[in-house]
Write a protein that binds this ligand. Structure first.
Ligand code: FES
Length: 264
């Protein structure tokens, strides 16, 4: 399922760092803010498709998936633990922290690794199956290796009419990724560094043709921009500063003022 963020305030990230995860279960009943006992977790998380996927995931045993990891059994990097705890502090319901926690895991490891999910689950006091079921719902979370940088090229109608398909091919050529695979689910560059994928409307049609590069929006782009962007990503330098949505004036804002929601 593709996300279609419609809120202008949120469109810099196709999934914002808020919002309730889509997987209801017994533990998420209203008023439940504390971890359930392991047995209740099994009942709550074990019956959904997400749990089944989690159990089937390499590296996640059935026992690991359906029980809340004991905090002392999981070695969580201090900075990751602190980040997740800070995220949890923003919400009255711990499960509301699932999506930003998954972002933190993916940023750290490049994808939502089984161990990363287990670490997040241990800090949050939920099962790994629950976190993985949330991750599996969204295209933007990866449950297999997907490079350290992500380029999503919009190929929906507005961008397609302005060369979105050709732009995707340009990014693939620059990154060394298979264009056919990129157009059908995504492809990782030969060096394993950059994930390139076509994507349905990213909600920034006024930038057409545009792309999301490491969760920042850029456009309008051409083939030369694709080459320059990939070179910058590989070099760790600033990507296409003149094409960044963050520098565009905000609608209704003072002339020339970048959009405060996305700048920086
Ligand atoms: S068609 Fe909407 S962002 Fe490309």
């Amino acid at each position: 399922m593709s996300e279609r963020p419609g809120d202008a305030d949120e469109r810099e990230q196709a999934i914002g760092e808020s919002g309730e995860p889509p997987v209801p279960d017994a533990e998420s009943s209203p008023g439940s803010g504390e971890p359930a006992q392991a047995g209740a977790e099994v009942a709550g998380d074990g019956g959904g498709a997400g749990a089944a996927e989690a159990v089937a995931h390499p590296g996640v045993t059935e026992t690991d998936a359906v029980q809340i990891p004991e905090a002392h059994e999981v070695d969580v990097p201090d900075d990751l633990r602190a980040e997740i705890e800070e995220i949890m502090g923003r919400y009255p319901q711990k499960r509301s922290a699932s999506i930003p926690t998954l972002w933190a895991i993916q940023r750290r490891y490049g994808w939502c690794t089984p161990e990363g999910i287990r670490q997040g689950a241990a800090v949050m006091g939920v099962t790994a199956a629950y976190l993985e079921s949330v991750a599996s719902f969204y295209d933007l979370f990866h449950l297999s290796p997907a490079g350290h940088h992500r380029v999503l090229v919009c190929t929906n109608i507005s961008c397609w009419m302005r060369g979105g398909d050709e732009l995707l091919e340009s990014f693939c050529a620059a990154a060394g990724a298979d264009p056919e695979a990129a157009a059908h689910g995504g492809a990782v560059s030969a060096d394993g560094e950059i994930y390139v994928s076509g994507f349905e409307c990213l909600g920034a049609c006024d930038l057409a043709p545009m792309a999301s590069i490491d969760e920042r929006y850029y456009g309008p782009l051409d083939g030369d921009d694709a080459e320059a962007a990939v070179a910058s990503v590989k070099a760790g330098s600033e990507v296409l500063p003149e094409k960044a949505m963050a520098i565009r004036p905000a609608a209704g804002g003072p002339d020339g003022e970048p959009d405060a929601h996305v700048a920086g």
